[in-house]
Design a protein around this ligand. Structure first.
Ligand code: COA
Length: 180
């Protein structure tokens, strides 16, 4: 499949919002939960869009500032990776990573390509020393992807979430960047 990767700007925020909501209504590979939301969660598209616009237009390396890259197929946003600075000034040397590929576009190299793009950008930023993420313990595909890229497991929060009565353990992972 032909796809391209581009950095998402404020002008792309509506298409990005639509992609994220589509993706968050889907389950992960193997029918597992991959987000802390039931598939019938009611999303407020306007509220979601507002948060994205604020985050993309924040001052670089300030609390909650985001960088987002999207994978594009025939003009449609089908996957994303985002890096978001911590929520307070004392945490802006760390960014939190999130990634998601829409169901029909998975297992074709898009996730790995998006991770490579985001990490190659992050490794050049002297302001950022760490990248953090959380992944559900049962999400073996994502955990393998992250550990293959150098993320180290920091610990597991048992019964961290309950989605539709399913108890989910959450694994914390961190990548130390060479700028430290
Ligand atoms: C996990 C996810 C980001 C991976 O992206 P992807 O585009 O599907 O994966 P890629 O094709 O780039 O492959 C990346 C790795 O995952 C492995 N993988 C992909 N699909 C797989 C499958 N169906 N079964 C087993 N391994 C698989 C690949 O083998 C590859 O590993 P390798 O480099 O050792 O060969 C994507 O499937 C996804 O969005 N899943 C649902 C949401 C999710 O889990 N997000 C992460 C939450 S923390």
């Amino acid at each position: 499949m032909n796809f391209s990767i581009k950095q998402c700007s404020v002008d792309d925020a509506e298409l990005y919002t639509r992609h994220c909501i589509t993706h968050m209504r889907e389950k992960g590979i193997g029918g597992i939960y991959a987000h802390p939301f039931p598939t019938n969660h009611k999303w407020d598209e306007a509220e979601f869009l507002d948060k994205i616009v604020k985050s993309l237009s924040s001052k670089p390396f300030s609390p909650n500032w985001s960088m987002i890259w999207v994978a594009v197929v025939d003009g449609k946003f089908v996957g994303h990776v985002n890096l978001k600075c911590g929520g307070v000034e004392a945490q802006v040397h760390r960014m939190r990573l999130g990634i998601g590929i829409e169901n029909d576009y998975r297992s074709q190299g898009i996730g790995k390509a998006l991770m490579d793009e985001a990490l190659s950008w992050a490794k050049k930023q002297t302001q950022i020393s760490w990248i953090d993420l959380s992944v559900f313990a049962h999400n073996v595909v994502a955990r393998k992807l992250y550990s293959g890229l150098g993320f180290k497991e920091q610990g597991t929060i048992q019964d961290a979430l309950r989605v539709e009565n399913e108890m989910i353990d959450d694994v914390q992972m961190t990548l130390k960047l060479s700028s430290l």
